[in-house]
Design a protein around this ligand. Structure first.
Ligand code: ADP
Ligand code: MG
Length: 343
């Protein structure tokens, strides 16, 4: 008799509450739609796991039922939104924790720190990890330009991701510009805002994997092509609009030459940031390497995108970790960590 297969429940966000057992064949086959789920699903199968699929829109009953009737050994957590809101990403993970089943990726604590740009920066400053000087502006409170912060600034929603709310107008060079952009975020997006010093320099993405023993993968770099010097940021368009990327020659690649001392600093900063967050599993840091060669963390990305085309998987390949191996590693780290919670 062969070894009993490890049961993996792949849990992901779905625009609909399909019944349990729904196979998502059409959705996964669409290269513009659920390609991450498709990639991970195939990799899990190739690794010999017994995989069930569960997409959730806003019905947690489905997850409770699944766990009751076909309890998995581990949950592969690809949930990013619940009821179309990324605010609940941490809540969903907290819910999984309460089920007492091991799961992949960041804990609810990690996600809370990662998804609030103010919180992450406060934590990193305490640990003397360099972050840009910043000020948080909550809705219905006074907005002003603090003296200690130097223009130009970049103004962002406090708790968003994927560069939603970030365009060229996010860079401001005056107090009026700051006020205007903050009120756009408060009033039009209905979100709190953060303003921070604009750091000129190269944009790097660095993945760290591991529970105790950490692997820092080779940096990826976003090349800004022909974009002018004062507009070199990963706006929503620069990330997601293929035509715009092509027009300006924006692309993400393995990072070009970095001085040995910079590589050492990147590794050190990323490991310290990982431990400061009490991370395990995997994370991707967005980094700016300033024109003076200093390494700043722009933001941690707990549960970053892990389709084959994304930075994490591309960086892994550069270190001779195939996609299937990467997904297997993530499952093993989850099993090694075990269920979260008080013991
Ligand atoms: N302080 C900063 N200095 C320079 N560029 C920044 C700064 N903060 C953000 N950016 C640019 O904006 C992009 C998106 O910001 P980020 O904080 O990573 O938000 P998101 O969570 O939407 O990815 C970054 O990838 C970077 O290009
Ligand atoms: Mg980012």
């Amino acid at each position: 008799m062969g070894r009993k297969k490890t049961k993996v429940l792949m849990l992901f966000s779905s625009p609909y509450n399909h019944p349990r057992g729904y196979e998502y064949k059409e959705e996964f086959a669409d290269p513009d739609n659920m390609y991450t789920e498709n990639d991970v699903y195939r990799a899990l199968q190739a690794n010999g796991y017994q995989v069930s699929l569960l997409g959730i829109h806003n019905n947690l009953e489905l997850l409770m039922e699944e766990v009751r009737e076909d309890r998995p050994d581990v949950i592969f957590n690809l949930m990013e939104v619940f009821n179309s809101s990324s605010y609940y990403e941490k809540n969903i993970t907290a819910f999984i924790e309460m089920l007492g089943i091991p799961y992949t990726g960041a804990t609810s604590d990690n996600i809370m720190i990662s998804n609030n740009k103010g919180l992450g920066r406060k934590l990193f400053s305490f640990h003397r990890i360099k972050v840009p000087r910043f000020q948080v502006f909550y809705r219905k409170h006074k907005v002003w330009l603090p003296k200690r912060i130097k223009l130009p600034l970049i103004v962002k929603p406090l708790c968003e991701e994927a560069s939603r709310g970030i365009s060229q107008s996010s860079i401001v060079d005056s107090e009026e510009g700051l006020l205007e952009r903050v009120s756009f975020i408060h009033d039009n997006m209905n979100m709190d805002a953060i303003a921070e010093e604009f750091l000129d320099g190269r944009e790097l993405y660095v993945t760290v994997i591991g529970n105790k023993q950490l692997i820092v993968l080779p940096p990826r770099e976003l090349k800004f092509g022909k974009l002018p010097d004062d507009s070199r940021i990963a706006t929503y368009k620069a990330k997601w609009d293929d035509k715009y990327r092509e027009k300006w020659g924006i692309k993400s690649v393995a990072a070009g030459k970095l001085a040995d001392s910079v590589v050492i600093e990147i590794n050190d900063v990323c490991k310290r940031a990982y431990r400061a967050m009490n991370m395990d599993s995997y994370i991707r840091f967005d980094i700016r390497l300033t024109t003076r060669g200093r390494v700043y963390i722009i933001e941690p990305n707990a549960n970053p995108c892990i389709a084959k085309v994304d930075e994490v998987a591309q960086a892994a390949l550069k270190k001779d970790i195939s996609y299937n191996q990467l997904i297997d590693k993530i499952v093993r780290l989850a099993l090694q960590r075990g269920a979260k919670g008080l013991k």
